[in-house]
Design a binder for this molecule. Structure first.
Ligand code: FAD
Ligand code: FES
Length: 272
C-alpha cells in the first residue's frame, strides 16, 4: 500500500487526560497498522481540516488497540477534540525510527517526561515494563504545569509504582489546594533526586525548553551524551523524507528521527 495514502479509521473511544489532552483509541476500518515500535508516530487526518503527526502512545501487540494522546493546540487538534466516538479519521504510518531498546538490555532506565511528552514515553515505558527482567532499575520522573495537567494518572499513580524495582516521582510547577507532592520544575527536581548515571540509559521527552534544561542536568549528573535519548518534534508534512519540511542539516527528522541520542543532537545545527 502507498505509505502516503491514509486508511480510513474509526475513533472507538476517547479518554480525557487533562483539560487540553485527550487519548483517542483508533481502529482502522480495514486491516491494521503494521507492527510499530516505541517512539514511532502516525499522521492522523481530520477530513476537510488537515493532518497532524502524533506519537503512538500504545505499545504494540496483536490485541492492543492503537492509542494517540493529543494536546489541543490548533486547527487539526481542535477538530480532533471536537470529535465523538464513531467519528471517521484518516491514518497513515507508522513513521520514523524508534528507541533502540534492544541495545539497552541489562541497563537501568531513567525516563524523564514533561506534559504531553509522556505520550511517546508511555509506549516505551510499557514496552520495557512488559520485559521487566531484561533491565535493571526503572525510574520515572514526570512533571506538568499543575496537577490538572498530569496525563496518564492511572499508570503514574497506580500501575507503574507497583512494578518491582520501579519508582515514579511526580512534580508540578504550581500546586493547587489538594496537591501534597513536590513543587518544582523537572530539571532541578531531577538533579535533587541524584539518579545514578553509571549503568543507566536516560530518555527524556517534553516541551523543547524542558528538554534543553534536562539535557544539561543529565550532563551535570554524569550521563554521557551517547546514553541519553530524546525526541524532536519539528513540523512535518509528508512524514516519509520527500517534502523537506523537517530537515535539520543533513537529517530529516521524519525518517532519521524523531528519536536521537544527545551525541547525535550535538552534531546537528543549533536551530532545532
Ligand atoms: C514526531 C512528532 C510527534 C508528535 N507527537 C505528538 C503527540 O503525541 N501528541 C500531541 O499532542 N502532539 C504531538 N506532536 C505535535 C503535533 O504534531 C502538533 O501539535 C500538531 O501538528 C498541531 O496541529 P494543529 O493543526 O492542531 O495546529 P496548527 O494550527 O498547525 O498550529 C497551532 C500551533 O501549534 C504549533 N505547532 C504546529 N505543529 C507543531 C509541531 N509539530 N511541534 C510544535 N508546535 C507545532 C504551531 O506553530 C502553532 O503555534 C508531534 C509532532 C511530531 C513532529
Ligand atoms: S516531513 Fe516531509 S521530509 Fe520530513
Amino acid at each position: 500500500m502507498n505509505s502516503l495514502v491514509p486508511r480510513v479509521a474509526t475513533i472507538s473511544a476517547i479518554r480525557e487526560e487533562t483539560p487540553d489532552v485527550r487519548t483517542f483509541t483508533v481502529q482502522p476500518d480495514t486491516g491494521s497498522l503494521s507492527p510499530y515500535r516505541p517512539g514511532q508516530c502516525a499522521m492522523l487526518s481530520m477530513f476537510g481540516v488537515g493532518e497532524a503527526m502524533i506519537s503512538i502512545t500504545s505499545t504494540w501487540s496483536p490485541d492492543t488497540p492503537l492509542e494517540f494522546s493529543v494536546k489541543r493546540v490548533g486547527r487539526v487538534t481542535t477538530a480532533l477534540h471536537q470529535a465523538e466516538p464513531g467519528h471517521k479519521v484518516g491514518i497513515r504510518g507508522p513513521y520514523g525510527n524508534s528507541f533502540p531498546v534492544e541495545q539497552w538490555m541489562g541497563q537501568s532506565l531513567l525516563f524523564v517526561g514533561g506534559g504531553i511528552g509522556l505520550a511517546p514515553l508511555r509506549s516505551l515505558i510499557n514496552h520495557c515494563l512488559a520485559r521487566r527482567s531484561e533491565f535493571g532499575r526503572v525510574d520515572i520522573v514526570y512533571g506538568a504545569r499543575t496537577p490538572r495537567d498530569l496525563c496518564f494518572r492511572q499508570e503514574l499513580f497506580e500501575s507503574w509504582p507497583k512494578v518491582d524495582g520501579a519508582s515514579v516521582q511526580v512534580t508540578v510547577d504550581a500546586a493547587d489546594a489538594d496537591w501534597q507532592g513536590p513543587v518544582a520544575l523537572v530539571p532541578p527536581f531531577l538533579e535533587q533526586l541524584r539518579p545514578e548515571a553509571a549503568g543507566t540509559i536516560a530518555v527524556t521527552c517534553g516541551p523543547p525548553v524542558m528538554i534543553r534544561y534536562t539535557l544539561e542536568a543529565l550532563k551535570r549528573l554524569g550521563f554521557p551524551d551517547d546514553r541519553v535519548f530524546t525526541t524532536l518534534e519539528l513540523k512535518m508534512q509528508c512524514g516519509v523524507g520527500k517534502c523537506g519540511r523537517c530537515s535539520i542539516g543533513s537529517k530529516y527528522v521524519c525518517i532519521d528521527g524523531p528519536v536521537f541520542s544527545c551525541a547525535e543532537l550535538r552534531q546537528l545545527p543549533a536551530e532545532y
